[in-house]
Write a protein that binds this ligand. Structure first.
Ligand SMILES: NC(=O)c1ccc[n+]([C@@H]2O[C@H](COP(=O)([O-])OP(=O)(O)OC[C@H]3O[C@@H](n4cnc5c(N)ncnc54)[C@H](O)[C@@H]3O)[C@@H](O)[C@H]2O)c1
Length: 253
């Protein structure tokens, strides 16, 4: 094993599905003590149970990342249960239907920003407080290639992900001297329930153009993102701070 997560306390939001789920399973195999969180309680508890069955350590605590009170309670749970926090993976997020900006109503815009951007802000605020008190920590936010270049028909989602990169970079500069690193990961289309939902409502030609959008002519797999997150969460990434790791098979090159 080229890196270790042995006994690292790691919180993963959005852990019930897709990238969060795959990352939880992989980090469990690498010896981390995990706190998994999601609004989907049934699937989240199943992921925690699966990790325990495989000999790992995982706790589950439900929380809506867009709710200040629930986010505070989640982080209090982390402290009470594990006594600290070495790393947080902020993966909870939502997609939305493809539509042009002028067709986007207030509710859709607010919902996407509340969960994808404010949710990350609320989580980071609590994570930084814990990490500051311990003098170290690493926060890794799920942004997107839609946060580094424009994404036609996905303006609210794209705006939320550009915002995540802004939070990542600014906070990385603020907290580096206190031993806290903050980075982002920017995947392109990854074969998760989120992307499957989006592909399902497209005509076959458009869906195929998405599947083959990268020069590698395929979707990324959640395990490919999980492996990057696991390496980033380890001490092997110790001088990486404030950056956005693009995982896109060459799409944005
Ligand atoms: N799949 C992709 O192609 C892709 C590409 C780029 C970025 N991302 C980002 O990666 C992250 C994970 O995406 P995924 O593909 O695994 O999606 P997914 O839909 O498979 O999983 C997202 C998880 O987040 C949870 N969630 C949603 N709203 C929540 C809330 N308010 N509070 C707590 N949990 C909530 C869901 O219940 C779900 O379990 C998201 O932030 C997404 O924007 C995904």
């Amino acid at each position: 094993m080229a890196y270790s997560l042995q006994d690292k306390i790691i919180l993963i939001t959005g852990a019930a599905s897709g990238i969060g789920r795959e990352t939880a399973l992989l980090m469990g195999q690498h010896g981390a003590e995990l706190v998994l969180s999601d609004i989907n309680i049934e699937d989240g508890e199943q992921v925690a149970a699966l990790i325990e069955e495989q000999g790992g350590r995982a706790h589950f605590k439900a929380a809506n990342v867009a709710d200040t009170r629930e986010v505070k309670a989640l982080h209090q749970f982390v402290l009470d249960t594990c006594g600290g926090l070495d790393c947080a993976i902020n993966s909870a997020g939502i997609e939305h239907d493809n539509l042009r900006l002028a067709d986007c109503d207030d509710d859709l815009f607010d919902r996407v920003i509340d969960i994808n951007l404010k949710g990350i802000f609320l989580c980071m605020r609590e994570q930084i407080k814990i990490m500051q008190s311990k003098g170290h920590g690493h926060i890794i936010n799920l942004a997107s290639v839609a946060g580094v270049k424009g994404a036609p028909t996905l303006a609210p989602y794209s705006a939320s992900k550009f915002g995540v990169i802004g939070l990542t970079r600014s906070a990385a500069l603020e907290y580096a001297r206190m031993g806290i690193r903050i980075n982002a990961v920017c995947p392109s289309f990854i074969n998760t329930p989120m992307v499957q939902r989006s592909l399902k409502v497209m005509d076959e030609k458009t869906a195929n153009s998405i599947r083959c959008a990268s020069p590698m002519r395929r979707l990324g797999e959640p395990l490919e993102v999980a492996r990057t997150l696991a390496w980033l969460a380890s001490d092997e990434s110790s001088f990486m701070n404030g950056h956005s790791v693009v995982l896109d098979g060459g799409l944005t090159v």
